[in-house]
Design a protein around this ligand. Sequence first.
Ligand code: GDP
Length: 295
Amino acid sequence: MFDNLSERLERSFKLLKGEGTITEINVAETLKDVRRALLDADVNYKVAKKFTDTVKEKALGQDVLTAVKPSQLMVKIVHDELTQLMGGETADFDVQGKPAVILMSGLQGSGKTTFSGKLAKLLKTKKHKSPLLVACDVYRPAAIDQLKVLGEQINVPVYAEPDSKDPVKIAQNAIQEAKAKGNDIVIIDTAGRLAIDEQMMNEIESIKKAINPNEVLFVVDSMTGQDAVNTAKEFNERLNFDGVVLTKLDGDTRGGAALSIRTVVNKPIKFVGTGEKLEAIDQFHPSRMADRILG
Ligand code: GDP
């Protein structure tokens, strides 16, 4: 995903790597290149500027100019800063409770339903949990079928009320069902629209209020560039979500928006989706992602 960005960064660093000694001027030049690479990779302008300003400050503060291997020190500083930009530590994921309730949010097509299935599978196989998937989309009957197909594939029950038009009630009933049947995780897939609209926002806000979930996850297609950041901002203002799921990182995305989301909404990226298959899910590790970006 970050091929473009890492290649660009590498080229910038080559400039430094070639230098025996470094001057403040070529640190600045290199950082200008880094900033351009970030902008070209769709990183939000403010984020890119703040990033290079911080790197410059650290580089000069840590005496890059007199370091034995200045380029290596620069690479380390950039790596550390990228890691920080993406949240530093791997974020926690709260699955405590009987049951723990996870609420999915996001636009239609972002990958919510697929991710719900992936998460259920992950929690079932790796954490030995007993999930219940919940279809809370009352507008598209196909959404219920899609979740049922996923549930069958991973042998996880799916709760749905095909005749109901009240997603809040469905969510509440599902939690009761989980308690009665001994499911310790409830994953609620909600309706999404192609664009943000008031009704969708009101609806998911009401669901959140009514059920007080452990985690509200915002699912976003990483291929949508700057739009991903803007959508994240709007959902966060309404929902104050707990974490972000970046899907479609396997695609031909430059991934820059991924770097920006954390800074703009100040919420951790918790999971990534890397394919259509149900195993294509990973927890998000900032440091590993920084390794990948730098190549
Ligand atoms: P929803 O409308 O938000 O529930 O989105 P879906 O879960 O139906 O996903 C929309 C499309 O994106 C489907 O064709 C999925 O197979 C695909 N998709 C979801 N996650 C990923 C991913 O991580 N990588 C790829 N390549 N495709 C994905």
